[in-house]
Design a protein around this ligand. Structure first.
Ligand code: ADP
Ligand code: MG
Ligand code: ZN
Length: 653
């Protein structure tokens, strides 16, 4: 067996030096129990092995009959029961048949080539009389030399057990090596990493994620005409991170970028890099980039970046060396290549929150593209793409299907089209009908509900009016940033809906009125809920936190309260060096009584603002109902649609 290949990753001390079959149990590093099925299983394998070996020996190398006493053996000769005796160094074997007969399975049951007749076996004593006795009784006797059975002996006692071990070992390596990883070729890339040329996916194959597409069009242009950018001295981005929930089409988009640019496509999943042995993942990263540089211009796509890119800071108890090294290598490679070389790295994740901040620094994944769940129009477009592959009944209304699938992502919709086609086949129909679609939706919804990904109609109504509340208050609060988009499509990470406001200009200073306006907009969501439904929900928790925060800062930091006008109550200390959060530490420099005043003042301020906001909305109840209903139907409203609904907003810029 050859040595483990090290290619200078600098972790010699942990490198398994193996001569002879390398057994994974002695490996240098415990596998991650969750990942590889666990150490526990290895012990189970050992047990199976030991038991198997014993059985093997018992069945194949031992004669079936137990040994009998030498005296009994002699008696059986005297009584004439034994007619023939086979003698070896270790055993005398007596047979009841005088002639050797051929065993039905020669060599297996009785490896010494004996007959399957009744057999008596004994351990020989140095008894010179025995030969005489046998002569007297006419028993035929002969000795079998070990030579005669060497081959069989060898096979049974050596070759088979070794083969047995070998297969078990191979089996284990397969499991541990993450599907097909052979310990001998560890560190080299496996077939997965081959570049794909001639990608057929194009942007029109992806729908419902127009904003993401707009941003990626530019990436395609970088790949096609890098000179255009470098001539001016512009820097081409090296890494683009696609962020969004599973199934929204991140992988598809990455392929489309490669397809549109006509470059090769390297795809690897973050999980592929995470290996049992330290250094292997790093070696793979190195190899991947080496190959990619040779193939440039090309796209390297790392799916599930979070598998290697988890923040190193949160690693309590030492963390995972292997992953850390892999991540470091990735950072090194990303810093190492020249942006003009035509190599662009795309990565996808649905957990941007856990990524190591180092990955997001300039020169690495400094561009982030949100790939969000599709809205009504987007879902219809996605359905159209996938419906092209099936024969549709002309009656089918895909818009209706889209309306019935709020919260579904592209992968779910592709699945529904396929499911509907299967139902049609099962029903013996030639084309897919609307009913098939309805049934397919029902089936899928049940599955998604279990995963908690479907919001009920009631919840959607609440979210719609909540967001409308934010938007209306923003529109009617002078000096507030204009509303850019309102949406009730659940946004990636926790938010059930959102209202986007675009600041007109960069703000370094904010006036007291503007701060109060911000509080108003934040409170607008809950106020609308209360007005429309006469009850409030937990959906406003985040808004309230932010509103309270602003109110607190106004009192403690900006000196905007009645009692402590122009007094800053907190002292800014120096930030903690190198801390994860760069928040400076604040010292509280006031008494308990002041604290109580602050708390009361916050409550009073928020309450006053809330009453005002409710008033604003009450006066525009018709607009609230109108916009809310429209939002519920269309799921997203852009600036123009929103302004059209409410007439020209009062808010002047
Ligand atoms: P992700 O990588 O975001 O988890 P994928 O790109 O793997 O999602 O999507 C899985 C499949 O779902 C795709 O191959 C495609 O058939 C379908 N799909 C997902 N999103 C879209 C979309 N926006 N447009 C068209 N098809 C989509
Ligand atoms: Mg994917
Ligand atoms: Zn809100």
């Amino acid at each position: 067996m050859s040595d483990y290949q090290n290619d200078g990753s600098g972790n010699d001390k942990k490198k398994p030096k193996n001569s002879g079959p390398q057994f994974p149990f002695g490996g240098p590093k415990l596998p991650d129990p969750k990942k590889f099925g666990g150490w526990r299983f290895s012990i189970v394998y050992i047990l199976i092995l030991v038991v198997g070996m014993s059985l093997f020996n018992y069945v194949f190398l031992n004669k079936v009959n137990p040994t009998i006493d030498f005296s009994e053996f002699k008696n059986k000769i005297v009584s004439g029961e034994i007619k023939r005796v086979e003698m070896t160094d270790s055993y005398f074997t007596g047979y009841t048949a005088a002639q050797k007969t051929v065993a039905p399975t020669p060599g297996l049951r009785n490896p010494y080539g004996s007959s399957p007749d009744a057999i008596f076996r004994t351990v020989p004593l140095n008894d010179p009389d025995i030969i005489k006795l046998m002569d007297e009784k006419g028993v035929s006797y002969y000795a079998v030399s070990r030579e005669g059975s060497t081959v069989l002996n060898l096979i049974f006692s050596w070759v088979l057990p070794i083969a047995f071990f070998f297969f078990i070992w191979r089996f284990l390596m397969k499991r541990l090596g993450n599907m097909g990883g052979n310990v001998l070729s560890v560190g080299q890339n496996r077939a997965v990493i081959v570049a794909e040329g001639d990608i057929v996916t194009r942007f029109p194959d992806v729908a419902g994620v127009d904003e993401a597409k707009d941003e990626l069009v530019e990436v395609v242009d970088f790949l096609k005409n890098p000179k255009k950018y470098t001539d001016i001295g512009g820097k081409i981005p090296k890494g683009v991170l696609l962020v969004g929930p599973p199934g929204t089409g991140k992988t598809l988009l990455a392929r489309a970028v490669a397809g549109e640019a006509g470059v090769s496509f390297f795809r690897m999943s973050g999980a592929d890099f995470v290996e049992m042995f330290v250094g292997v993942g790093a070696a793979r990263v190195r190899d991947l980039f080496k190959q990619a540089r040779e193939k440039a211009p090309c796209i390297v796509f790392i799916d599930e970046l979070d598998a290697i890119g988890k923040s190193r800071l949160n690693n309590i108890a030492g963390g995972n060396d292997e992953r850390e090294q892999t991540l470091n290598q990735l950072l090194v490679e990303m810093d190492g290549f020249d942006a003009t070389s035509g190599l662009i790295i795309l990565a996808a994740t649905n957990r941007p929150d856990v990524l190591d901040p180092a990955l997001l620094r300039p020169g690495r994944f400094d561009r982030q593209v949100l790939v969000d769940r599709p809205d009504l129009k987007g879902r219809e477009a996605i359905l159209r793409i996938h419906a092209k592959a099936v024969k549709l009944d002309p009656q089918v209304d895909l818009a209706a299907v889209a309306r019935g699938t709020p919260g579904f992502v592209g992968a779910d919709l592709a699945n529904i089209v396929n499911e509907a086609a299967l139902l049609a086949v099962r029903g013996g129909r030639q084309v897919v009908s609307q009913k098939d679609f309805e049934e397919a939706i029902e089936k899928t919804v049940a599955g998604l509900e279990q995963k908690n990904r479907i919001i009920s109609d009631d919840e959607r109504r609440i979210v719609a009016f909540h967001e409308t509340g934010h938007a209306l208050v923003a529109a009617f609060t002078p000096g507030s940033d204009p509303v850019q988009k309102i949406s009730i499509v659940p946004r990636g990470f926790g938010a059930l809906g959102y209202t986007l406001q675009m600041p007109v200009e960069d703000r370094y200073l904010m006036t007291e009125d503007e701060l109060l306006g911000k509080i108003d907009v934040l409170l607008g969501g809950r106020a609308a809920e209360e007005l429309v439904f006469s009850r409030i929900s937990t959906g406003a928790a985040n808004d309230l936190t932010k509103a309270t925060d602003i109110a607190r800062k106004m009192i403690t930091d900006y000196g905007m309260s009645a009692r402590f006008k122009n007094v800053a109550l907190t002292q800014r200390g120096a930030g903690m060096m190198g801390g994860a959060a760069q928040e400076p530490m604040f010292h509280r420099e006031y008494s308990e009584a002041t604290q109580q005043y602050i708390d009361e003042e916050i409550a009073r301020m928020v309450e006053t603002r809330y009453a005002g906001v409710k008033d604003t909305l009450k006066q525009r109840r018709d607009l609230l109902d109108l916009v809310g209903a429209q939002l519920l139907e269309k799921e997203t409203l852009d600036e123009k649609e929103f302004k059209g609904l409410i007439g020209q907003p009062v808010a002047a810029v």
